[in-house]
Ligand binder design. Sequence first.
Ligand code: OS5
Length: 230
Amino acid sequence: MIGILCAMREELEPILEYVEVKEVIDYGRNKYYLARFQNKDLVLAYSKIGKVNSATTATIMIEKFNARKVLFSGVAGAVDEDLKIGDLIIATKTCQHDIDLTVFGYEPGFVPESKVYFDCDKGLNDIAKSVAKKLDIKLKEGIIASGDQFIHNKEKKEWIKKTFNASAIEMEGGAVGNVCWTLDVPFFMLRAISDTAEEGAGVDFDKFLEESSKVSAKFLVEMLKEINEK
Ligand code: OS5
């Protein structure tokens, strides 16, 4: 079973158009779509926005629906200068920029007995890179930082860039990475840029959410064709 997770309805809907939905299960104030795509069993859901919602949904996908890998698709704010609206990025690893125990001498993003960065699955990232090459699509790889804040401020964005060496910002990846590390499940994070995470980001986000969600969804579906799992 492959878990496909998004945060927002707008991110999930374009993926649902490509798959054959067999059943919709209401659980934990959410809908889980059981679907088939080219002989593969999928469980799909949008979690609602943020770290707690996405961690909860990822856990349910794994523990209740037996997802053996979790693939996230959605949009993100650009941090790296060469990322433009509509560009795709996959995470090498994810982190949580809003964790702050620095007063106790820990580095930003660290909580005791855990770690700052959660690795994404190398095999899935290799599939993404080969799909991008085959289709001649620009695909960046880098660190993606998450926090329960919509970033729309250049100064804050630069702090996240400098502190975590991040290439993009969103609100879920660090939490889903943490869950997948805890439960030992391979994790893949794909995002298409919707805004610059600077002043005016809210306006760009509203304008490009639908378009960039479709870019990410289309690429994820191309990748699904290359994943060998029933
Ligand atoms: O899931 C949230 C994180 N996503 C990635 C992202 C991002 N994260 C942080 N900073 C940035 N600059 C980012 N750019 C892209 C996107 C999403 C952001 S939060 C957007 C909330 C927009 C919204 N709020 N209400 N509605 C839309 C309408 C609505 C009403 C009822 C039910 C559902 C939606």
